[in-house]
Design a protein around this ligand. Structure first.
Ligand SMILES: Nc1ncnc2c1ncn2[C@@H]1O[C@H](COP(=O)(O)OP(=O)(O)OP(=O)(O)O)[C@@H](O)[C@H]1O
Length: 272
């Protein structure tokens, strides 16, 4: 079984959000957001703290109903799907997914198979044992399979949450700051693995260098509105970085590698 064998779907659909409005506590947190994430590509969702990234991921995952607007995966409105269909279509790895349980790591990963099980004469079919073994191997957690969940480090839990989500075999993977608990080696491994899956991926990231190195496209949020979206290099311009992050920074050709990298000045401007 290879990475791509995990994908049971024949297509990698686009994800489109149109006119999404979310109001929380009386404030507009997302104001008329339009987003397109192309099928089979990795799109970074960027923006300062509080700009609405997590809220938008929840709307895309069908976990939050917007006041206005729609989310369509391929040609299917996400809100029209049953929970089970939705779980096999689009899955979110949360930023602070806390699971307090006395399950083992393998049992937690196996929860990802629930949307694939059917009741047959009172017994559940499809244990998905092969898929579970594969995803645990992919994220490097096979040796911890029988460990109690609560004994894992933050980074190990983050990888286990990814494994559980991959066991779901979704068409679209949403990642909310997937690398925030990982050391540099694990960050690079995690994002390379995600890219190799060939899924449609939308990943909220704070690290612009990682976004530049691993993502095809970016969507940049600022105060709940889309400030820019498109291919990484043509979208992350010095003026956008100044306007959104209030820093002097630019993407320049990498001195050794065939990709741009981020050069920044450590002086931060006060928010206007
Ligand atoms: N339940 C709530 N009631 C009121 N405001 C909320 C609620 N939940 C979130 N917000 C506000 O919505 C805005 C967007 O939050 P969100 O978590 O989506 O931002 P984010 O871009 O993911 O932030 P970060 O990068 O810090 O994780 C923030 O200003 C936040 O304070």
């Amino acid at each position: 079984m290879t990475h791509r064998d995990l994908c049971v779907h024949t297509s990698t659909p686009d994800v489109r959000a149109s006119g999404v409005v979310v109001r929380l506590g009386g404030d507009v947190v997302l104001g008329d957001v339009d987003l397109v994430a192309r099928g089979g590509r990795v799109t970074a969702l960027l923006g300062p703290n509080g700009s609405g990234k997590t809220t938008l991921l929840h709307v895309l995952a069908g976990l939050r109903t917007p006041e206005r607007g729609t989310v369509v995966v391929g040609d299917v409105a996400i809100r029209s799907l049953s929970h089970r269909r939705r779980a096999r279509t689009i899955a979110l790895v949360e930023q602070h997914a806390s699971t307090t349980t006395d399950l083992t790591v393998r049992q937690v990963v196996a929860l990802g198979r629930l949307p694939h099980r059917r009741m047959l004469g009172g017994t559940r079919s499809d244990s998905g044992a092969e898929v579970i073994d594969k995803v645990m191997d992919l994220v490097g957690l096979t040796h911890l399979a029988d460990r109690g969940w609560t004994t894992l480090s933050g980074g190990e839990r983050q990888r286990a949450h990814l494994a559980r989500t991959l066991a779901q075999q979704p068409q679209v993977l949403l990642l909310d700051e997937p690398t925030n608990h990982l050391d540099l080696g694990q960050q690079l491994r995690f994002l390379a693995l995600a890219r190799d899956l060939g899924l449609t991926i939308i990943a909220a990231l704070h690290d612009l260098e990682l976004a530049t190195a691993f993502c095809d496209d970016v969507v940049v949020l600022d105060h709940g509105r889309v400030h820019g979206q498109g291919p990484v290099t043509s979208t992350l311009t010095a003026s956008l970085l100044r306007e959104v992050y209030h820093v002097e920074a630019s993407l320049d050709p990498h001195p050794r590698l065939d990709r741009p990298h981020l050069i920044w000045d450590r002086h931060v401007k006060e928010n206007p």
